[in-house]
Ligand binder design. Sequence first.
Ligand SMILES: [Zn+2]
Length: 146
Amino acid sequence: MNRLQKILTREAKHKAELVAVRVRKFFLGQGKTPDIKDYPSVVAVCAKMEYRTYTGETATIDRYEINPMLLGELEWKLGPIGTKTIYADNSYVGYCAEPNAANKLLRRERIHSLDDIYFGKAYRPRTGVVIPPCGNCQKIFNNVVR
Ligand SMILES: [Zn+2]
């Protein structure tokens, strides 16, 4: 891990904690206890430069909302958005926290290659546990922390 990835890891851990608090508050406010499915599976943070970071959660995403460079890489290397691949058992193409975070970055910053995007470790909000990048994300992003 380089220095930037360490910073991003710290931020991802913090963001995952905030997400967990947000989910709990929302459900407790309705007199309910959140269930596993009420939490986003994973939170990841990425950056091109360390002073502007972008956070993503595991979530479905419409292919028309995905940056063309990212969409091209996802569909060329993996397959159609929302499908399963041979590289990852529990992920759908484009739905991971990592591409969701990268897509936010790509909306604001000009980059020439996805290799310019760095990620910290990603966290599961519900448990606070580090979640390694899935096989799909490892195919798309060189700078995830394995
Ligand atoms: Zn993934």
